[in-house]
Design a protein around this ligand. Structure first.
Ligand code: GDP
Length: 520
């Protein structure tokens, strides 16, 4: 699967057109083709009549930003990038952005130095320019291949494809066609008479009409698969891009597409994804911890107005009764501190072994899979490992509940002991440094409240208390001071503690009169 990238007007579209015109299956460029965002080309060497043509899929993305956007959503849609650079123009802004996008995706580059037919074309300028952006071509002792081409005259295309195929051989790309399909949505649009039509790149397995698929938060039974010439396709194997008719609604570009066993499974997965989307939009549910800290500081907010973190679970058990019992015990667990509450939710519970559907549901919803007296098959366990899903097996209810409670407690902040006094400020450690005669100093920013010499200090690393003691020395910029207020920065140091680290949270407490205010 190949993506052509490069600066505007350097010839991306012309190159793709030239490659399609030279297609061994032939003539498609002359015929009527639809824009489906991807094209498959059968490539045969000139004069080579033996052997099968090589198949290459070209993704016709609108550019590196769309590529980045898809990647940021976890979709890796290309194996090799062809970087087009015009020989009469050299390396330009979008050339550099394309190089960065390809590097971040870990895709090998093949450079097509285009417009070589033009007067004033100078490949060496291109090569030098690439060198300045850490693309070292073979001529300079590097590993990146470049090929001089003219999209206009159709020259150099054979060599270019040869290099692309060479790169793909090095990558040793393999996919199993004998399983349910999975892939990525490249684009989707509403077509009168057909409903939602999505272009999908199949990455694993084989997609066929009649398959039940989930794409993003949409699902449906595949009514029709079409290729770029508008012809019906019976089976789309890995690396094939097809138009898919049959989804109930429009998925988004970059959404994952999976074929599932049956409609019930599809409906359930789509429902979970829809719910997750709604929740993501209701962003109050996902507020970052530190913002939450700032907003609800000094504890005025009521408990149910606290920001909420939900841990999701899929529960399977040997018998239905214990699955239900465990699920409701899990859902009864709660944890909270004065800034955050943590709750649980069981997305699905049932009898039987943990199946790949459970794993899939967990992977789309970031859930943890619990098997109670029920073991996952080796294959399912492998799938879970690949999808980075936590699969936990228990045979004692209290073990399960204890571990889940511990997981929740990790997210909240330990309650301060009474002897600290009442909280008057919090700060984040931005950096640490050493000052002669003082020792280690933590450079902090006050998030709220104030910090004052004589106050009790508690330092948290995550939910671990790493220090409790009294503040003896405070400085602001260069001078020693008594008090610093939010949102200013300050330096704090302790006689008896040097272990402060960047990102530690500093809590400031005002000791109560006459109470155990001293830690010595
Ligand atoms: P894109 O913006 O990268 O897709 O670039 P286009 O494919 O639209 O090409 C931009 C312009 O360069 C068009 O006018 C093309 O005709 C011209 N062009 C593209 N490839 C070549 C080439 O190999 N030689 C010459 N002389 N012109 C080219």
């Amino acid at each position: 699967v190949v993506t052509i990238m490069g600066h505007v007007d350097h010839g991306k579209t012309s190159l793709l057109d030239a490659l399609r015109a030279a297609d061994a299956a032939g003539g498609e460029a002359g015929g009527i083709t639809q824009h489906i965002g991807a094209y498959q080309i059968d490539w045969k060497k000139e004069g080579d009549d033996g052997g099968d043509a090589q198949k290459l899929t070209f993704i016709d993305t609108p550019g590196h930003s769309a590529f980045d956007e898809m990647r940021s959503r976890g979709a890796n849609i290309t194996d090799v990038v062809i970087l087009v650079v015009a020989a009469d123009d050299g390396v330009k802004e979008q050339t550099v952005e394309s190089i960065r996008a390809a590097k971040q995706a870990g895709c090998p580059l093949v450079v097509a130095i285009n417009k070589i037919d033009k007067e004033g074309a100078d490949p060496s300028v291109v090569k030098q320019g690439l060198l300045e952006h850490e693309v070292v071509l073979e001529d300079f002792g590097g590993e990146t291949q470049s090929v001089e081409v003219s999209a206009k005259e159709g020259t150099g295309l054979d060599k270019l494809i040869e290099q692309v195929l060479l790169q793909s051989e090095l990558l040793d790309l393999k996919a199993n066609p004998e399983r349910l399909a999975s892939g990525v949505v490249l684009e989707a649009r509403q077509v009168t008479g057909q409903g939602a039509v999505a272009t999908a790149l199949v990455q694993k397995g084989t997609l066929r009409p009649g398959d039940v698929v989930v794409a993003g938060a949409q699902w449906g039974r595949v009514k029709l698969l079409l290729d770029e010439a508008g012809e019906k396709v019976d089976a789309a194997a890995p690396s094939r891009a097809v138009e898919l008719v049959g989804l109930g609604g429009l998925p988004a570009a970059g959404d994952s597409l999976v074929a599932v066993e049956n409609e019930a499974a599809a409906r359930e997965i789509a429902a979970v994804r829809q719910q997750l989307e709604r929740e993501r939009r209701a962003s109050s549910l996902f507020v970052a911890r530190s913002t939450a800290d700032r907003e609800s500081f000094l504890g005025a907010a009521a408990a149910d107005a606290l920001p909420l973190r939900v841990l999701d679970f899929v529960v399977k058990s040997d018998v239905q009764g214990s699955a239900e019992a465990l699920a409701s015990a899990i859902e009864a667990l709660e944890a909270a501190d004065d800034k955050l509450q943590v709750k649980t939710r069981v997305l699905r519970s049932g009898a039987g072994a943990v199946t790949s559907e459970d794993v899939m549901l967990a992977s789309v919803s970031n859930a943890i899979v619990i098997g109670f007296n029920s073991q996952a098959s080796r294959q399912t366990a492998d799938e879970a490992a690949k999808a980075n899903i936590e699969l936990k097996e228990y045979s004692v209810v209290y073990d399960a509940l204890d571990e889940i409670k511990a997981m929740m407690d990790k997210l909240i902040r330990p309650p301060p002991s009474k002897q600290l006094g009442s909280i008057v400020g919090t700060a984040d450690v931005l950096q640490t440094f050493k000052i002669a005669d003082v020792g280690k100093v933590a450079g902090c920013r006050l998030l709220d409240g104030y910090i004052r010499v004589g106050c009790n200090i508690r330092i948290l690393r995550g939910n671990l208390i790493v220090y409790e003691g009294k503040l003896r020395s405070l400085r602001s910029v260069k001078s020693v001071v008594e008090q610093v207020d939010a949102p200013n920065e300050c330096g704090v140091s302790f006689d008896d503690y040097q272990g402060m680290e960047v990102d530690d949270r500093v809590e400031v407490y005002l000791p109560k009169e006459g109470q155990g205010t001293d830690f010595e």
